[in-house]
Design a protein around this ligand. Structure first.
Ligand code: MG
Length: 477
């Protein structure tokens, strides 16, 4: 009942007629009209890591982590050096990717709780139109494998949000803590310390999930899904739970990386990328499949050697310096996208608009969508349309970028008891000359600050914050 209501809702939202509603055993008008072209519709795969930093791939400069499969993907495709997520922590970042909207609009960010927890009562509002929901209207088969973190109760699960199937841990792998010696548990992790569930669609099938084999099993699910759906257009959202702490790796990858356990984990993910791309090649799907590899937020630096690296970017997960929100990103589509390094700006929200456009599916027009179509930069016909980026912490705008300049109106340490600091004039950095945000040039460029203030005023003028979806707990009535 729930999913049918959902479907009617987004069909209405997308402005599609009743002919789009499939009746079992009948061919709808839209299916008839789409019949010839459906074979040529591109497939889409988003591989989304958890807490992988800007500097954690060898093709992004890491000296001791070896990622030959993602490196090859980058050599055959595009390596984006200015690619952003919609928030510096998991839940709001994932909401931004799947809805194409800044989390402030959907209410999937909060100043009270930064992400969803196992006692959270909320999740992604039904009124949001996910990539998967939109692609369903275009005849796509959809699967979510991995970490969800947009609500673990039934109305919020992937299967209620446009995905035909789900296999994964519904939130972070460090939640449901039940054992282990304090903080040391993270540095000598055992799977039984975290009683996280593994779900198949709406059912828990394993608890605690065996995290040692989780990356391997996600890859296997992905490969099986691709092979089973090779004759129809599909969308696969593969969201790894790792390398978020606690780190786990299967035995074939343990003690293999010069970087230690963190490197082992990243190298297992990389191996999985290789298996997925090999499957696409073997099934003859490579030239018709757009694959994106990126991460949900920067490295969790408070976990020492178990956290990743933002390379030369400042700070990491949890804050609005570049290390928190700029991610390594590789895009791949052999024979279609123009190989090379892209220094233009892009964002996960843009994947929403780009994918829907490439699929011939209408982007919702009854709401503000922040995503932009990256096709010009992808296909080498022009530059990326993204010229600005807004950096929120919870529900508050902390910083804004326009072109190479970034202004910080507020800063606050990522974690701990550090206080929020207001900057007047804002701190100003030139991210081309100074990617590490070391040298404040605000005094030399009042005109740039004024220009950024204008962009911010335009942005805020159209902003209607969504109702906070993260604060409410199951125990509250
Ligand atoms: Mg994360």
């Amino acid at each position: 009942m729930e999913s049918s209501l959902n479907r009617r809702h987004f069909i209405k939202v997308l402005g599609l007629g009743a002919a789009s509603l499939a009746v079992p055993g009948c061919t709808s008008l839209s299916e008839l009209s789409a019949g010839k072209s459906s074979a040529k519709k591109p497939n889409f795969i988003i591989i989304f890591c958890d807490d992988l930093g800007y500097g954690d791939l060898s093709c992004f400069g890491h000296p001791t982590i070896r990622t030959p499969c993602v490196d090859r993907m980058a050599a055959e495709g595009q390596r984006w050096t200015n690619f952003y997520v919609g928030a510096s922590v998991c839940t709001p970042s994932r909401a931004a990717l799947l809805t194409g909207r800044l989390p402030i609009r959907s209410g999937m960010c909060s100043d009270k709780r930064r992400v969803l927890f196992p006692d959270s009562a909320g999740g992604l509002p039904e009124s949001e139109v996910t990539i998967a929901e939109a692609l369903k209207t275009g005849g796509y088969t959809t699967a979510c494998v991995g970490k969800w973190h947009l609500g673990h109760l039934k109305p919020y699960l992937p299967t209620s949000n446009g995905f035909d199937s789900y296999f994964g841990i519904p939130y972070s792998n460090d939640m449901d803590r039940v054992g282990g010696p304090g903080r040391q548990a993270f540095f000598e992790p055992k799977t039984e310390y975290w009683n996280v569930p593994l779900m198949q669609n709406e059912d828990i099938t394993e608890r605690p999930a065996d995290q040692n084999t989780i990356t391997k099993r996600y890859t296997e699910q992905a490969v099986t899904f691709i092979s089973q759906n090779k004759n129809k257009p599909f969308f696969l959202y593969l969201a790894h739970n790792l390398p978020h702490v606690p780190l786990f790796v299967s035995k074939d990858f343990r003690d293999k990386s010069l970087r230690g356990l963190y490197g082992d984990v990243v190298q297992e993910i990389d191996h999985g990328v290789g298996r997925i791309l090999d499957t696409l090649r073997r099934e003859g799907l490579a030239e018709n499949t757009f694959v994106v590899f990126t991460s949900d937020n920067g490295p969790w630096l408070t976990f020492d050697q178990h956290g990743g690296s933002a390379g030369l970017l400042r700070e990491g997960k949890g804050c609005t310096f570049e290390g928190g929100m700029r991610e390594p990103c590789v895009m791949w589509w052999p024979g279609r996208i123009k190989p090379g390094v892209v220094n233009d700006m892009g964002a996960t929200m843009d994947l929403y608009t780009t994918i829907l456009t490439l699929a011939g599916v209408k982007v919702p027009t009854d709401r503000i969508v922040d995503g932009l179509d990256l096709s010009p930069a992808l296909f080498g016909t022009g530059s990326s349309p993204r010229k600005t980026m807004f950096y929120y912490r919870g529900a508050k705008l902390y910083a804004a970028r326009k072109g190479p300049y970034k202004a910080h109106f507020f800063t606050k340490p990522a974690y701990g008891k550090g206080q929020e600091k207001r900057h007047e004039p804002p701190l100003l950095y030139h991210l081309g000359h100074d990617p590490s945000e070391k040298y404040d040039i605000s005094k030399d460029h009042p005109e740039v600050i004024q220009d950024i203030h204008k962009e911010v005023a335009l942005h805020l003028a159209n902003l209607i914050p969504g109702q906070d979806q993260l604060a409410k707990r199951i125990t509250e009535k």
